[in-house]
Structure formats: C-alpha cells, structure tokens
Design a binder for this molecule. Structure first.
Ligand code: 7PJ
Length: 289
C-alpha cells in the first residue's frame, strides 16, 4: 500500500472550523430569512425575536446548520442598503449563537456583513454571488470559515428576464470551477469550499431541470455540493402548486439531489427533509466521505 505523498489532496473539510462539513451523511441547512420581502416567508421572521424563535425551531427540527439571510434575492429584488442588511442579520446571528451550538451560516455577498456576522458567531459564509463583490474574496480569506460559492446568471433584479445558456450544465460547472480557483488562489482552503449550482438564479425551468438531472457532474469539482430547491418556482412549475403547497415536491427534489450526490440541502422544512433522508439512508449503501 502506498502512503499518500505530501502533495496529495487533503481530505475535504480537513480544516479547523469545518468539522460539520465532514459529516458522512447529507446535512440539512435550515433557512432563516430575516427580510421583509422573501418569496416564501417574507416578513414573517422580520422582527429579531421571531427570527430567533424560528431559528430555535429549526434546531428542534434537526437542522445541522442554519443559514441566515438579510438580502432577499427573489427575482426582481434590489439589495438593501448595507446598514439595513447589518441591522437585520447581526442581532439574529448574535442571539442564536448564544442559544445553540448548531453552526450558523450568513447568506450575504457583502464583506461588511460577512465580517460582522462571523465576529458575533457565524461559522460559514453563503454567497449567492460567489465572492465576486468587491472585497468579498479578501474577507473570506481573512475570516477562514467555510464558504458556499453559488452560481447566478445576472443579478436578482433582472436575472429571470431572459436566462440563456448554450450548455447550462457545462457553463455552470465551469463558472464554479473558476470561482473555486479564484478562492483557492486568494487563500481560501479548498477544504472550506462548498459549491451550489444556484437553482432559480437566472435559469428557466428547463435549465433547472437539466441541472438537477446532471447534478453528479458537480460532485467532481472537489468541493462539497449544496442544493437549494425548497419551495422554489421550479417546484411550483412542475407541480402546479402555490408556494405554501410545495412540501411534497420539495422533498422529492431533495431526495433526488442526495441520490445524485448533494452533501448539503438548504431547506425550509427541516423535520420533513430529515425524515425523507432517514428513509433514504435506511436503504442506501453508506456513501464514501
Ligand atoms: C439559495 C441560496 C440557494 C444557496 C437562496 C430561497 C432563495 N443560497 N439563497 N443556494 N437560495 N447557496 O431561499 O429559495 O439555492 S434565496
């Protein structure tokens, strides 16, 4: 048996601060929106007390991670002023960090919000702009926490006007490879990197379906793979259901995503997703790493 050479790739997530990413089972990340205008729960968790209570409920339901976001990225949305985003996110991260051991992720593209959120207890950055905003890459390097790099074509205010690709899977994959290289080149450990094809972000239903069908292609990038399809428009388009009736469709897509190699699921309905994954795990062979 040959020993790994010193130049061999370190195991994924073999880095301090990323222990939770090492889990051999798929992780369920609960969504905590602290925005007045999010598409599925806009305004409901707007006040910090209610947001914290909802975060604790997600923990009770079995969340492995909680993703806290103060910028609505629904189609047509404009980013809030930075102070507004800070005011929405920081108090909730700070309070939840005191009340739970479950890792907290901050869903932001802004270096100021990344820094403040990590300072008060966030342990991960989830960036729908994949560290392309000025200063974001440097902030991620400095903070040394895991980072999710997501693909988006365009910006939320216009991204659904006319999404276009030659080969959506190849283009999204090469974008993610490029952003992984940029992050690694700047000093973000590959062990801390998560990638996400960004369902619904500048994509038609056909694009989203192609990405879900070919999800395995993203597992060879050398990063953990996150999938967020919970209650999204693609589930509505496939099932013909309004947002409050998309649980069954969302669960089906989540199970399919895990069967196709997803390591993290970003979901609203944590308990139901955990149940579905328990059924899958009972019949599936254990997956490597
Ligand atoms: C995603 C996200 C996603 C990652 C949102 C929603 C829309 N971050 N932030 N992946 N979606 N990484 O909550 O459905 O799919 S906002």
């Amino acid at each position: 048996m040959t020993m790994p050479s010193s130049t061999s790739v370190r195991p994924l997530a073999d880095a301090p601060g990323a222990a939770f990413l090492r889990s051999p089972r798929p992780l369920v990340c609960g969504i905590l929106n602290v925005t007045p205008d999010s598409f599925s729960d806009g305004g409901r968790f707007n006040d910090p007390e209610r947001a914290v209570a909802h975060g604790l409920d997600l923990v009770e339901q079995g969340a492995d991670l909680i993703d806290i976001g103060g910028e609505s990225t629904r189609p047509g949305a404009q980013p809030p002023p930075v102070d507004e985003e800070l005011n929405r996110v920081v108090p909730v991260v700070e309070r939840l960090a005191r009340l739970t051991e479950v890792p907290l992720s901050v869903d932001t593209s802004r270096p100021e919000v990344m820094r403040e959120a990590v300072r008060v207890g966030a342990g991960m950055i989830n960036d729908v702009r994949a560290l392309r905003a000025p200063g974001a890459l440097a902030a991620a390097v400095e903070l040394g926490v895991p980072v999710c790099l997501m693909h988006m074509q365009g910006e939320p205010d216009t991204m659904q006007r006319s999404p276009h690709y030659g080969d959506v899977v190849a283009e999204v994959r090469s974008f993610l490879a490029e952003r992984m290289s940029a992050a690694e080149g700047a000093g973000v450990s590959r062990a801390l990197t998560v990638v996400d094809s960004g369902f619904g972000f500048g994509k038609t239903l056909a694009h989203n379906v192609a990405l879900l069908a070919e999800l395995q292609q993203f597992t060879t990038l050398g990063a953990r793979l996150m999938v967020g399809v919970s209650r999204k428009g693609m589930i509505g388009a496939i099932t013909g259901r309004p947002v409050e009736q998309r649980l069954a469709g969302s669960i089906s897509a989540a199970v399919l995503a895990v069967q196709h190699g997803a390591h993290l699921l970003r979901v609203h309905d944590v308990a139901a997703t955990r149940d579905a994954l328990a059924v899958l795990a009972a019949v599936a062979k254990p997956r490597e790493g």
